[in-house]
Every structure is written in structure tokens, then in C-alpha cells.
Design a protein around this ligand. Structure first.
Ligand code: C2E
Ligand code: MG
Ligand code: MG
Ligand code: MG
Length: 285
């Protein structure tokens, strides 16, 4: 009996493994094709400044709708793009697309908008990364301050000297930097004082229960005061309710992003959204 169960178990696991490997292969082939056939899309989610009472920026978020696989989440396909190296051409395309798009909105009159683009570690670690960014900015005649690069703690700490050098170079050029998903990676706060960044984005897992959970609220309060003393702005991710917005506003959080303001949208929808929602007054004082 034992032997029998063992064999069944083995077959069960190997079937799972084959299934996962198949899915992985489908994703890789599909992604390659989507890139070639220009079927990837960039959606945009606004970032709202609680002191200026208006939308100051937007985050570019990749979307992939595959004819066979349907909608695939970036959380699933970005790792595949990274493992296969496809993230290099895909990431460059997102940067170009986002630059072109923000320029279009600026020309429509939203002249102060900036766009935030997520940068993968594979991209950031390329030797010519900063050159590539400068080139995209020059070729699109974009003001450097219209582009914000979102990097995670993991990337930043991989080789901290190299990171600092690259970030300083980019900031001197005029590009701004956000530290994304803050709080989920490394717990040590001491290193961030040495990082040249402009925005700190608190991960949405801390925001979720902020209204009920005193510990999460205390963590956020201390992140905000740390950011104030280091002179960078705090962005809260994943704000879904007015209670969360109010608590964050009272704490002095600078910007919020989340479904409460708007979900990520296609560029056409974002243009319409801007017409009616650029300025808004939320009461939290
Ligand atoms: P991220 O950079 O932390 O992006 C925020 C994610 O939270 C997005 O998920 C967004 O749709 C979602 N979100 C925003 N507001 C809310 C909210 O109120 N509630 C909830 N539940 N979720 C909210 P998305 O678009 O699925 O992207 C997931 C991750 O994939 C991103 O996390 C980012 O790490 C990565 N990603 C997306 N686009 C790109 C890209 O162009 N390049 C790279 N390298 N990574 C990307
Ligand atoms: Mg991000
Ligand atoms: Mg994030
Ligand atoms: Mg994330």
C-alpha cells in the first residue's frame, strides 16, 4: 500500500510539474509573439497629491491580453520576461510608450504631469541603463523631470555602490526616482538615508488595515516622519476607501494611489478621466 501511495503521489507531483512547465512555455512563446505583433498595452493609474489637491502623476502598468491565454497578470508574466531576457526589449518599449504618452497629455495642457515607469532589476543592472534612459528622453524631447523610475528595495540593495552611482547620475540629469513596494523587502531602514530617491511608495499590504490596525498605522506614521526628515515624499499604494485616505491625510502622507482614486486605465480612458478629475478636494482635516 505504502508503495502504491508513494507512486501515486509521485505521479501527482510530476503531473503538476509538467503542467507548470507547459504554462511557462506557453507564456514565453505568447509573450515573444505579443511583443513582435505589438499586442502589449500600457495602462495608466493616477497618483493624487493630497496637499495640491490634484493629480500630479501616473504610473505606467503593462497589460497583456493574449488570444489563447486571455488576460495574463504582470505578476505572472514579468518574471517570465525577466528569466528569458525579454524584459529588456519590453521594458524599453514601455519607457518609450509612456514617454510618448505623457508628452501628449502635456501638450493637451496637463503640463506638469509626470509618468512613473517600473524598472526591472535586469534592466537596471545593464551597464548602459543610464545611457538608455537619457537617449529615450532626448529622442522624445521629454523634460527629464517628467520621467520617474520605480525601483524596488531588492534592486537598490543588490549592489548599493553601483545603485547610488546610477541614481545620482539619473537625478543630475533631472529624472526622479521612487522606491517601490517599500516595507516588503529588507527591514533595515538605515540604508535608505544613503539612497538618492525622491519618492517612497509604501506597499499596499500596510495600507489595507490602516484604519483598524494600530500596528500598521504606527509603522506608516514612522515611515512618514522618516521620509519627512530625509526630505522625500511618501506615496501610499492601494488606497481603496475614504477611511484609508483620511487616516493617511491626517498623518501627512503626500500622495495616494489606488482604486479609490481610479483603477489603471487605457490611455483613451485616462484622457477622459483627466478632463473631470484633475483637481478634487477630499476632506480629511
Ligand atoms: P507595482 O509597481 O507595485 O504596481 C501596483 C500594483 O497594484 C498594480 O498591479 C496595480 O494595478 C495594483 N493596484 C493599484 N491600486 C490598487 C488598489 O487600490 N487595490 C489593489 N488591490 N491593487 C491596486 P498590476 O498592474 O497587476 O502590476 C503588478 C506588478 O507588476 C507591479 O507592481 C510591478 O511590479 C509589475 N509591473 C507592471 N508593469 C510593469 C512594467 O512595465 N515593467 C516592470 N518591470 N514591472 C511591471
Ligand atoms: Mg510600481
Ligand atoms: Mg508597488
Ligand atoms: Mg508590486
Amino acid at each position: 500500500f505504502a508503495k502504491e501511495t508513494g507512486r501515486n503521489k509521485y505521479q501527482f507531483y510530476s503531473a503538476k510539474f509538467v503542467e507548470a512547465a507547459n504554462r511557462r512555455l506557453l507564456l514565453e512563446q505568447g509573450l515573444r509573439k505579443a511583443l513582435e505583433e505589438k499586442r502589449l498595452k500600457v495602462f495608466y493609474q493616477p497618483k493624487f497629491d493630497l496637499h495640491l489637491n490634484q493629480i500630479t502623476g501616473l504610473e505606467a502598468l503593462l497589460r497583456w491580453n493574449d488570444p489563447v491565454l486571455g488576460n495574463v497578470s504582470p505578476d505572472e508574466f514579468i518574471p517570465v520576461a525577466e528569466e528569458t531576457g525579454l524584459i529588456i526589449p519590453i521594458g524599453k518599449w514601455v519607457l518609450e510608450e509612456a514617454s510618448r504618452q505623457v508628452l501628449e497629455w502635456q501638450k493637451m495642457g496637463y503640463s506638469d504631469l509626470h509618468v512613473c515607469v517600473n524598472i526591472s532589476s535586469i534592466q537596471f543592472l545593464q551597464n548602459d541603463f543610464t545611457k538608455m534612459i537619457e537617449q529615450i528622453i532626448r529622442e522624445n524631447s521629454l523634460q527629464p523631470q517628467s520621467l520617474n523610475l520605480e525601483i524596488t528595495e531588492r534592486i537598490a540593495l543588490y549592489n548599493i555602490e553601483d545603485t547610488i552611482q546610477k541614481l545620482q547620475h539619473l537625478q543630475q540629469f533631472g529624472v526622479t526616482i521612487s522606491l517601490d513596494d517599500f516595507g516588503t523587502g529588507y527591514s533595515s531602514l538605515s540604508y535608505i538615508k544613503s539612497l538618492p530617491i525622491n519618492f517612497l511608495k509604501i506597499d499596499r499590504s500596510f495600507i489595507k488595515d490602516i484604519f483598524f490596525n494600530h500596528q500598521d498605522a504606527a509603522i506608516i506614521r514612522s515611515i512618514i516622519s522618516l521620509a519627512q526628515s530625509l526630505d522625500f515624499k511618501v506615496v501610499a499604494e492601494g488606497v481603496e476607501t475614504d477611511d484609508q485616505l483620511r487616516v493617511l491625510g491626517e498623518m501627512g502622507c503626500n500622495e495616494i494611489q489606488g482604486y479609490y482614486i481610479a483603477k489603471p486605465m487605457a490611455s483613451e480612458d485616462f484622457s477622459k478621466f483627466l478632463e473631470h478629475n484633475l483637481v478634487k478636494h477630499y476632506s480629511y482635516q
